[in-house]
Design a protein around this ligand. Structure first.
Ligand SMILES: Cc1cc2nc3c(=O)[nH]c(=O)nc-3n(C[C@H](O)[C@H](O)[C@H](O)COP(=O)(O)O)c2cc1C
Length: 266
């Protein structure tokens, strides 16, 4: 065989291998995308349950969610709860994704840069908030929150007790911070520090801080401070800003005030 014929054959074999591999990868990607979507949704539901203190190993996530959680829309500008369903597919309670809704031209809105302390640029007009029910009463509310860390936007949930002041839990379901550094936001021990901390005072002003270093337990502020993540000052600052933004007047403030007033009227 001549040298040129051999080169031709080598190229043909290489091209053939590439073609077969690309077909295999495409088929796998398409075939697995549904499973990935399902797993993503399950993981989010699991995080809602963790934040609400309802998760245990081995439970049926969907059953526990359906039995205990009521999802409601909150108009983020007025704080009103919206009872009726929206027709728009993007707002479907089953598939609601904060990131997609915030980016949507109709159902997301820009956050003016001077108030965007969490560096997230946009937020949903109608946020899906989760109530943990105890019979007819709301026991906790689980608020979706997100804020920029060092490398990424961290998406999670913070749960407040029905006093609207005490943190009941925090979880994150998506972020790109460094494992072992900013990624320690996933560490259950660190998340456990949040439980019982005062996030808001009696007038619903944000008092919770995520500080650099460890909380001085003898300080009068200890009950509203969270240890920062070591070696991760930037992630820590991002978490602090995230809490201040979402629990404050430009985030859930109007909703929390309405929720409290409505509760008083009941
Ligand atoms: C590979 C690498 C990954 C890092 N990941 C994070 C991170 O996820 N979050 C963070 O705040 N800092 C991270 N840092 C550290 C920051 O670059 C910065 O040095 C640090 O936030 C300074 O805070 P410190 O005073 O706590 O050290 C990382 C550094 C390196 C080299």
């Amino acid at each position: 065989m001549s040298a040129s014929a051999e080169i031709k054959k080598t190229v043909m074999v290489a091209l053939g291998v590439c073609l077969v591999c690309s077909v295999l990868v495409s088929v796998a990607a398409v075939g697995l995308s549904e499973i990935q979507e399902f797993n993503k949704k399950q993981d989010k539901l699991k995080n809602i349950l963790i934040a609400g203190g309802l998760y245990e190993e081995g439970i049926s996530i969907e059953d526990v969610y359906n039995e205990n959680i009521k999802a409601i829309y909150v108009d983020m500008e007025t704080g009103e709860i919206i009872e009726e369903k929206f027709d728009a597919e993007i707002l479907s309670k089953d598939t609601y994704n904060v990131k997609d809704v915030a980016a949507d031209p109709n159902y997301g809105m820009p956050i003016p840069s001077e108030i965007d302390i969490a560096q997230v640029r946009r937020m949903p007009k109608y946020m899906l908030v989760y109530e943990v029910m105890s019979g007819e009463d709301v026991d906790k509310i689980i608020l979706p929150v997100y804020g920029y860390g060092l490398w990424s936007t961290m998406y999670g949930f913070i749960a407040l007790g029905n006093d609207l002041q005490t943190v009941k839990g925090i979880t994150f379901y998506e972020h790109g911070e460094t494992p072992g550094l900013g990624g320690e936001i996933d560490n259950p021990n660190w998340q456990g520090i949040w439980e019982g901390k005062k996030a808001l005072d009696e007038n619903l002003n944000v008092v919770l801080e995520v500080i650099k270093g460890q909380v001085d337990q003898t300080s009068s502020k200890a009950n509203s401070q969270i240890d920062g993540l070591s070696g991760s000052t930037i992630t820590t600052r991002g978490l602090d800003a995230m809490v201040e933004f979402w629990l404050g007047e430009n985030g859930y403030g109007p909703f929390l005030n309405k929720f409290r007033k409505d509760g008083e009227n009941v």
